[in-house]
Design a binder for this molecule. Structure first.
Ligand SMILES: *Cc1c(COP(=O)(O)O)cnc(C)c1O
Length: 387
């Protein structure tokens, strides 16, 4: 059966060159522990050094500012807990947005239970945070602002550089989850003005279970979650995932090298979907910002249809899409992102997300459009709500 993968915000296939790099450190004499002083250890340590250089170069950082972690969720938690606790004598107030990934929202909620004050900023109908709202939320107790670069469910790109300027003026630590943006739009830590930044391997054609946290030199931040050995200069204990880290470094290098051309190509496919879907179907609305959004990200709400039913019908035709985030799909709660953008429950339930990637073509888009017509007709005919 023809299979089309339109769910690159959930995860991506590992790039063949990345797989090659990973395999290099799974086989032969390259299995050493990077902390060992002997030959085997030195080989493994060199792999970490090389990956760190590639990662740092890809985001405009210094190598000493890169901490390899067990993925995006771990980086977000480390960033937020570390910043909050390291600065708890200076203040106890944290600002974030209502459309963050659960790795940020639930980390912040855990801190709230520990007595920290939390402001969760609203977003507009496009899922955008308003910089004035950030400014107005800041108090003399604020020590941390955490806002994502691009939203995973609706693709909207946040005004990160402006928030970064604000944070710097007020000497507040600024964390950005760049898991969805890296590799699709420029991510430069100086241009964005961030102190802490999260990247995940498996969203960028790298392996799962590995990521990084960028920590700007001079940031008042200590690791407060995982205690153990002295790896990553005491900032992330535990024997390093050498094959995964080597793969992450390679994935970051490739992502930057191919970004301009690939983003242009994907944006053309995206824009064709944005033109054709509302032209062919009634009662459809684009969710997220129409233009300030990721080049590979397409999202809609279809009225009078359940997103889950669309997903399953598409899956039967070989098309992998998503309704909201992978974590939310499978539960009956609609996405906190769409609800936060002001969509009522019954409309938020009709969400469909297509996130494009390197193997998708014009033909895939045509196939989707063809397959979608009978699906929408059938599901709407079954719907008790349909006009
Ligand atoms: C996927 C994702 C994460 C979590 O990353 P993992 O590596 O899967 O733990 C965090 N933030 C955003 C925006 C994501 O899309």
């Amino acid at each position: 059966m023809r299979r089309i993968y339109f769910d690159h915000s959930a995860t991506t296939p590992v790039h063949p060159l990345v797989a090659e790099e990973i395999e290099r450190y799974l086989t032969g004499e390259n299995f050493g522990n990077p902390s060992s002083l002997h030959y085997f250890g030195r080989v493994a340590h060199k792999a970490l050094d090389e990956a760190r250089e590639k990662a740092a170069r890809a985001i405009g950082a210094e190598t000493g500012e890169i901490i390899f972690t067990g993925g995006g969720t771990e980086s977000d938690n480390m960033a937020i807990h570390g910043a909050a606790y390291t600065n708890s004598k200076r203040g106890n107030h944290i600002i974030t947005s209502g459309v963050e990934h659960h790795a940020v929202l639930h980390a912040v909620k855990a801190l709230e239970k520990q007595g920290f004050e939390v402001t969760v900023l609203p977003v507009d109908h496009y899922g955008m945070v308003n910089v004035e709202d950030v400014k107005n939320a800041i108090t003399d107790q604020t020590t941390l602002i955490s806002v994502m670069h691009a939203n995973n469910e609706v693709g909207t790109i946040m005004p990160i550089a402006e928030i970064g300027r604000l944070a710097r003026e007020r000497q507040i630590i600024f964390h950005v989850d760049a898991v969805q943006s890296f590799g699709k739009i420029p991510v430069n830590v100086d241009e964005l003005g961030v102190n802490l930044l999260t990247i995940s391997g498996h969203k960028i054609y790298g392996p799962k279970g590995v990521g990084l946290l960028y920590v700007r030199k001079g940031t008042r931040w200590r690791q407060t979650l995982v205690h153990g050995g002295a790896q990553e200069r005491l900032r992330r204990a535990g024997t390093e995932n050498v094959p995964g880290i080597a793969g992450l470094g390679k994935a970051m290098e490739l992502a930057v090298a191919n970004m301009a051309e690939e983003s242009r190509r994907l944006a053309a496919l995206r824009d064709r979907l944005f033109k054709e879907v509302p032209a062919r179907f009634s009662d459809v609305e684009i969710t997220g910002h129409p233009s300030v959004r990721l080049p590979n990200h397409v999202s809609f709400v279809f009225r009078y249809i359940e997103g889950e039913s669309m997903l399953l019908s598409l899956d039967m035709q070989g098309i992998a899409a998503s309704s909201g985030s992978a974590c939310t799909s499978g539960s009956l709660e609609p996405s906190h992102v769409l609800l936060g953008m002001g969509y009522p429950h019954e409309i938020a339930h009709g969400s469909l997300r297509l996130t494009l990637g390197k193997d998708n073509t014009e033909e895939d888009v045509e196939y989707f459009l063809d397959v979608m017509e009978p699906i929408v007709a059938r599901l709407r005919a079954m719907s008790p709500l349909s006009a």
